[in-house]
Design a protein around this ligand. Sequence first.
Ligand code: C2O
Ligand code: CU
Ligand code: CU
Length: 481
Amino acid sequence: MKPLSRRQALALGVAGAGAIAIGGGGLLLAQAPFRPETGGRLKEPVVLSNRGTVLNVRLEAAPAAVTVAGRPASVAAYNGSLPGPTLRLRPGDRLHATLVNGLGAPTNLHVHGLHVSPSGNGDNSFVRVEPGASFDYEYVLPANHPSGTFWYHPHHHGSVADQLAAGLYGAIIVEDLEEVPVTRERLLLVSDISLTGTGSLRPPSTAEQMSGREGETVMVNGQVRPVLSATSGDRERWRIINACPARYLRLQMEGSQLQVLAIDGRSLVTPAQLEEFLLAPGNRADLLVELVDGTTILRAAPYDRGSMTGMMGRGRAAVSRPIDLLTVTTGGPPHSGLPPVPGTRGLRDLRKEPVVARRRLDFSMGMGSGMSPDGIQFTINGKEFDAGRIDEIVSVGSVEEWTLTNSSPMDHPLHLHVWPVQIIEKGRAPTGPTLQDVVNIPARGEVKILVSFDDFPGRTVFHCHILDHEDMGMMGVIEAR
Ligand code: C2O
Ligand code: CU
Ligand code: CU
């Protein structure tokens, strides 16, 4: 077995802590593939919610012995569970999170997609929490914060992919003020992990890091192809999160269309009927599912996100294999229907607002003396990440038009913290404008977006959400003044 690389050991601080099986039978077992159990009733992580307007939580990131797909595994997790607890909030709430670092390597916490201040002890990606230390985050959601599905994960530059791939992630739900009538809602947090036969983390190869690692075992709430059972006539809301470090999920539902209610926590005017829906890493979709008698499968179809082949002849094609995520079985006496889903007010359309500034961001991969182990540089506008440099300065309250170009042979999903973006060219725009916080820029492609820099002055980041790319430098600093 290949031991954890020094870099990965540093990222997790678990080397020597018994996470690596060495010697004798352990070695053979470690070389054997991980054999996940499939099936089993769909479970959901524990939910932390509040009665008042403040939610106090303690999140401890630490090595954990958990059950992954029915097998014992040594991972890293929040509060010992994979995924971590689900945090439920309402617009206007305050989330007070004490992050305790039990990892033995620096970490921090990011609330992906929340529209909150990036400064001080808010959603500040520059915070560094040392091993054994803790940090009190305070996130204040504006009263008009969108309701929807968000998530949290570590954001310490250089070890984000390792820490996420090890199991550190959880969901954040901002509840609706006006509830959508459904029988029940479910969280489906999709993640992937690579484990050895003994259930230890398997480090990625350099080639895997260059492409963006895809874990061998794809899970929904820490299970492999769990079974969701429902009664005919049920209508469910599924909150799906793509928490994989690099895997794209091209969602399809066997024999039926997908009704997409919201993307990245922003509701569409009316649910869009789609054959399939692509979730880049970091994206979320809320689906409305009307259940009819029978068995069906939620699947991730193969997606070609390009490859590094051609760059020094390295890398491999990154076409993913099809993956069955979830089996849905429906039966029982059908019950009476629910009231129809009301339309929402719809989203603000930034196309109607004056554009104050335009800028261009080019995502590229080039030869050079980059941060990556391979020397390939992952850059935005020719620059690797530097926390001490401000790359873009924007004015609070202004609307900007950004042209995102990709001069590389692989897709890169752009993610901007704090402010959602509206795609105006080249994207899918199901019903009217949609706001997203992760936008895929296809290989050699171009996408145009509008961004409204509302509310929060401060310094934050934008980056590729293929987290290996981010760790290797594909990230920039933005300051709103
Ligand atoms: Cu989900 Cu800057 O990350
Ligand atoms: Cu984010
Ligand atoms: Cu990328």
